[in-house]
Ligand binder design. Structure first.
Ligand SMILES: Cc1cc2nc3c(=O)[nH]c(=O)nc-3n(C[C@H](O)[C@H](O)[C@H](O)COP(=O)(O)O)c2cc1C
Length: 385
């Protein structure tokens, strides 16, 4: 396995207790929407986690069946999104919820989004395959969770944007799986612990996707202390093995990464999307509500600028803004290579994008991270020798 080899060559180790609990060699967690990346990372000795939010339950089932078939005996995880607060909370029927929410989206928002796409030459997409309400509510996340729990190699369920409801945590535990939850504040981390979450993921503001305001170097040690002895995974800004060494030095039980996997060879993104990431520097991201309604880090472009302009319609909350942007997500992905499309595309990524300058295989990224980690540890040891 890549992880074992890289560490053995350097005569070092990165094993923490969660490696034993999950049956992995290195506590490097990789969040991704691509099944191939999940398989490659888990097979390399890390832990792949499939983000389920953009799939229907049927699509997720297909992805999980494919992973099961290709991953051998390695474990993996599934990530769902049950926010703490959102419009329409309490409605458990996904269809009714969508109807209720659609009725509260102002027509002007749809028109504004459509005009931005038209102005950038993004073609209309055929009506079939239209995205509806994504898994950003309990009503839509629940069926995804049910599918995930039918797959025995899924050993971890992670939740973004809030503490999972108590009964869901109990259910996941009863099935023999671990529960992880992301957070960007000490207060949220404590709530996760009180609710019975097994692993807290502390994500600093530099991370890709939904993120808070506090930087990783400040956030990680505070959360590690606040929830001890619960294991904490450090997230947000991990782009090298040196960053892993920093996180482990602060007491993290491992690292949770996302951006790094967007440009690997196995990632299913269109070439134009990968190129946008490869070309970007760390100054090119922004935290914006323009796509999902909650602050999310992504590449700055004409879309984020337009929604930030006070003269224009302002982003709605989650999940309403998602209903406004669903068509744009689909069209800019489908026609990613059309001139203008990347200027209005949703390219969620963290500040480590500035370190993502070439396409590598996922397995090689795992090996590189561990080799760099071992070098950093060696350097620290040489300072104290
Ligand atoms: C494209 C993208 C989409 C993401 N979507 C989700 C998500 O659906 N659920 C989730 O828990 N985290 C999501 N995240 C956040 C990651 O899980 C992870 O915490 C973050 O990427 C870590 O910071 P980094 O990007 O600096 O590695 C996403 C991140 C990216 C880059």
């Amino acid at each position: 396995m890549a992880a074992q080899q890289a560490l053995a060559e350097k005569e070092t180790t990165v094993r923490t207790e969660i490696c034993d609990r999950l049956g992995i060699d290195a506590p490097i967690f990789a969040f991704t929407h691509c099944r191939d990346v999940v398989v490659a990372v888990s097979k390399a000795g890390g832990f792949g986690v499939l983000g389920a939010v953009g799939f229907t339950p049927e699509q997720l089932e297909q992805e999980l069946a494919w992973i099961d078939e290709h991953i051998g005996s390695f474990p993996y995880g599934v990530d769902i999104v049950i926010p703490q607060k959102y419009e329409g909370i309490g409605e458990t029927d996904p269809k009714k919820l969508e109807e209720l929410l659609q009725a509260s989206v102002p027509k002007g928002h749809h028109e504004f989004a459509a005009k931005l796409l038209a102005d950038h030459g993004v073609p209309e997409a055929p009506p079939e395959g239209k995205l509806g309400l994504l898994g950003w509510t309990e009503a839509t996340a629940r069926p995804l969770l049910d599918r995930a729990m039918q797959h025995p190699k899924v050993k971890l369920i992670a939740n973004a944007l809030g503490t999972p409801p108590r009964e869901i945590i109990d259910e996941i535990h009863a099935s023999g799986r671990l529960v992880a939850a992301l957070c960007g504040k000490v207060k949220q981390a404590k709530k996760h612990k009180e609710a019975g979450v097994d692993i807290v993921i502390a994500q600093g503001t530099e991370g890709g996707g939904h993120t808070g305001e506090i930087g990783s170097v400040v956030l990680w040690p505070q959360i590690i202390d606040a929830v001890a002895p619960l294991p904490v995974l450090a997230a947000g800004g991990i782009g090298s093995g040196r960053a892993i060494a920093a996180a482990m030095a602060m007491g993290a039980a491992g690292v949770w990464t996302g951006s790094l996997w967007l440009t690997v060879e196995e990632a299913a993104a269109q070439p134009a999307e990968k190129q946008s990431y490869l070309d970007a520097t760390s100054e090119d991201t922004v935290r914006s509500r323009a796509w999902t309604g909650k602050p999310c880090r992504m590449l700055k472009n004409d879309w984020t600028e337009a929604w930030a302009d006070p003269k224009n319609p302002q982003p709605l909350g989650m999940p309403l803004q998602g209903l406004v942007t669903a068509d744009a997500i689909r069209r800019t992905h489908q026609y990613a290579g059309v001139a203008g499309a990347q200027k209005v595309a949703f390219n969620a990524v963290g500040q480590v994008v500035g370190q993502m300058n070439r396409i590598e295989k996922a397995r090689d990224v795992v090996t590189r991270l561990l080799t760099e980690y071992a070098d950093a540890v060696e350097r620290l040891q040489s300072l104290s020798a």
